[in-house]
Design a protein around this ligand. Structure first.
Ligand code: PGA
Length: 251
């Protein structure tokens, strides 16, 4: 089994002072893990987070980036700007961005490509809504999110990309997918990557689960054969709880 990649998605939480306190608390708690630890902070906390985590095993990610290198895109941030300040990862296509900010598979694809071209490692989010699951459309939705979201992305780029399967009905709701639901959905996603990139690449690809993952359910989810890590929202805001998720799986 692979070591896991555990990423915290702070969403629109934590000011600079809280960022400093969190990182100082987290550092000793995760220093011995073999899993990869990432915190995805608001833009304004990134530079601080990069400085404070230098020389540690904690990596820093943003929560979005634009697809253009520069230009008239008021309020947006280019991938190269993130790269310049030492950011390594970037979440793309989170369901909240799809829901509230008009993100589509096409814009996810454009942002992912731009992030890769700038040398960032994207964490590309996919997942079905409750209505889509209940009406039997889950597989169709996931298949098109993958096909359209990864169009034109080559094998080398795929190796620098992480996928997060996050069923929308489990995000921030306290309802976690069961271990089996999460494992089955991720197995289905991996099958799509087998078709697009071949078995070898698809097996190497990291696919995380996200959606109400926390200190109590993490170890069960991370034991599943298809689940290569977690994207953690609410439970990533507290250093101790987040560390428990990070340390939940040992190879
Ligand atoms: P949650 O969020 O852990 O609070 O459900 C996960 C996410 O949105 O990435």
């Amino acid at each position: 089994m692979k070591n896991k990649i555990i990423a915290g998605n702070w969403k629109m939480n934590k000011n600079q002072e809280q960022t400093i306190a969190f990182i100082n608390d987290l550092k000793p708690l995760v220093k011995d893990t073999k899993n990869t630890v990432i915190i995805c902070t608001p833009y304004l906390d990134l530079e601080q987070a990069v400085c404070l985590t230098a020389g540690t095993n904690i990596h820093v990610g943003a929560q979005n980036c634009h697809w253009a290198e520069s230009g008239a895109f008021t309020g947006e941030v280019a991938p190269s700007m993130l790269k310049e300040i030492g950011v390594e990862y970037v979440i793309i296509g989170h369901s909240e961005r799809r829901q509230y900010f008009g993100e589509t598979n096409k814009t996810v694809n454009a942002r992912t490509k731009a992030a890769l071209e700038a040398g960032l490692k994207p964490i590309v989010c996919i997942g079905e809504t409750l209505q889509e699951r209940e009406s039997g459309k889950m597989e169709e939705v996931l298949a098109s999110q993958i096909k359209e979201g990864f169009e034109g992305i080559d094998e080398e780029q795929l190796r620098r990309t992480i996928v997060a399967y996050e069923p929308v009905w489990a995000i921030g709701t306290g309802v976690t997918a069961t271990n089996k639901q999460a494992n089955d959905a991720i197995a289905f996603c991996r099958k799509q990557f087998v078709e697009l990139y071949g078995n070898d690449e698809a097996q190497k690809l990291y696919i995380q689960y996200g959606g109400s993952m926390n200190a109590s359910n993490a170890s069960g989810l991370l034991l599943q054969s298809e689940i290569d890590g977690g994207l953690i929202g609410g439970a990533s805001l507290d250093a101790e709880k987040f560390a428990t998720v990070v340390n939940a799986h040992k190879n």
